[in-house]
Design a protein around this ligand. Structure first.
Ligand code: TRP
Length: 83
């Protein structure tokens, strides 16, 4: 159930798992990859140094790809990309 009281469709349902990505340089790109047999990038966000994205895995998003230098926090730990 969303904040607006509307039931989310299966495609929109969030898992509750969040990741946090903090860009350590300009032009970091974060891509959302689709769940299922077909893996494609369905969305990308560009962050500049110091910008932070908080994102959730959903029925649509099974994996997240980060290009560039960033600090990534997930429930399995912390890692730095592009270093
Ligand atoms: N479509 C893939 C799947 O649902 C997406 C995926 C999940 C993936 N984990 C991955 C793609 C790890 C690359 C690497 O399984």
């Amino acid at each position: 159930m969303g904040m607006d009281g509307v039931m989310a469709s299966e495609d929109e349902e969030a898992s509750g798992r969040y990741i946090v990505v903090k860009a350590l340089e300009d032009g970091v790109v974060i891509m959302g990859l689709t769940r299922g047999k077909d893996t494609r990038s369905h969305h990308s966000e560009r962050l500049d140094a110091g910008e932070v994205l908080v994102a959730q895995f959903t029925e649509l998003t099974a994996a997240i790809k980060v290009r560039g230098r960033a600090e990534i926090l997930t429930d399995v730990g912390k890692v730095e990309s592009g270093a």
